[in-house]
Design a protein around this ligand. Structure first.
Ligand code: GSH
Length: 371
């Protein structure tokens, strides 16, 4: 796809504008000088709000096809890694595999559709994907106007700011008169305008269409800072030419609960994705892993027997096999295994679990009962 960009700069003083390139439906009020790189051909336009009559039956479609079409991220270390053989790995992709294991009994039966921030919503709305699992923040407008349902949060995040260590910038106030690189079609762009307005900071926001162009611009010194979800910052820091030269400020600008989305109206499919994610959390709560799941099949704990489908037929109410959770755990692992494999201390992107710990360990992860 040929990309041509028009560069323009405007000073907007308490003006209402429609976010260029943005998939967000709302108008935003900004008080910053804003330079926008606008794709003038071949770019994805704003997502249309879509109402789904009856919602279809995505579960039946996936079962007939034998493959899950999963929209995810194109390039975000730890969350979406393009491997040398053309396959994808990462935290978000593992949750695609969780859904495929639940529905098809085969975690490899996934066709991945890498998407940028601007592409992701039309791809799900149009039916090109069955589910979107890609660092997407649960917001009211996405849940309503864009016609989606958010399934359980898989990563609790917040927006952060990265700067060059030698820049002397240690607080957001230090951005007065400075500039920030940000990606279009994200919550990030609007949060930044809100935070700067609240703090009375006049700074330039420079908007780019995807992660590689945003990171490259920051790395080339075009902006004093780069802002996105803190998970994204940990990932893009590894993509700069010298990661040690960059620091992530100790500020959190927003709440960014990230998780899977399904189309509004297909409630059963939403339930399938919801309980597939819950299975990974409940398995961690019970200490069931890919290594020991077979030992638990003979457990005498009724809670374990319900989760693994040894007793009862809970899963049939949503059209799944009773042992769907066994397949998830055996083939992909529990939440802790998925986290550690992609974001743990032995990975290049280590992100401490923090809020993404179980509720019993001070975090926010909590599965409703499999009952
Ligand atoms: N969570 C935010 C931001 C998500 C987002 O798209 N972040 C960017 C910056 S880290 C990204 O993943 N870009 C990857 C790409 O476009 O390839 C949202 O839902 O809007």
């Amino acid at each position: 796809m040929k990309k041509t960009f028009v560069l323009f700069s405007v000073l907007l003083l308490v003006a209402f504008v429609l976010a260029a390139c943005s998939s967000e439906p709302e108008t935003i009020e900004v008080e910053v000088t804003r330079i926008v790189e606008v794709p003038v051909e071949g770019g994805a336009g704003p997502a249309e709000a879509v109402t789904f009559e009856g919602g279809g039956d995505t579960l039946a479609a996936v079962q007939d096809r034998g493959i899950l079409n999963c929209a995810s991220n194109a390039a975000l270390p730890g969350f979406a890694n393009l491997e040398a053989d053309g396959s994808y790995t990462g935290f978000d992709y593992d949750f695609c595999r969780v859904v495929a294991a639940a529905v098809l009994g085969d975690s490899q039966a996934v066709e991945v559709r890498p998407t940028t921030a601007t592409e992701r919503f039309p791809v799900l709305q149009s039916g090109e994907a069955d589910v979107l699992i890609r660092n997407t923040t649960w917001t009211l407008s996405r849940d309503t106007s864009l016609g989606f349902d958010f399934q359980p949060t898989t990563f609790y995040d917040g927006q952060g700011m990265m700067v060059r260590e030698d820049s002397g910038i240690t607080t957001l106030e230090d951005f007065e008169g400075g500039s920030v690189c940000v990606q279009a079609g994200t919550t990030t762009e609007k949060n930044l305008a809100d935070v700067f307005r609240k703090l009375g900071i006049n700074a330039e926001t420079i908007v780019f269409p995807d992660n590689p162009s945003t990171t490259a611009a920051y790395d080339d010194g075009r902006c004093d800072g780069l802002t996105t979800d803190k998970s994204g910052l940990a990932a893009v820091r590894t993509q700069t030419s010298n990661p040690d030269e960059h620091v992530i400020l100790d500020v959190t600008m927003s709440k960014e609960p990230l998780g899977p989305l399904t189309r509004h109206g297909d409630n059963n499919w939403g339930d399938v994705v919801m309980w597939a994610v819950n299975c990974t959390i409940q398995a961690e709560e019970l200490g069931i892993t890919s290594e020991n799941v077979d030992e638990f099949l003979g457990s005498d704990d009724p809670v374990v027997l319900n989760l693994l489908g040894i007793e009862g037929d809970l899963a049939q109410a949503m059209g799944l096999e009773n042992d769907f959770c066994v397949e998830i755990i055996r083939q992909v692992g529990n939440y802790a295994e998925i986290y550690d494999r992609n974001l743990g201390p032995d990975t290049g992107v280590f992100i401490p679990r923090g809020l993404n710990s179980l509720y019993t360990e001070g975090g926010l992860l909590y599965s409703p009962p499999f009952r």
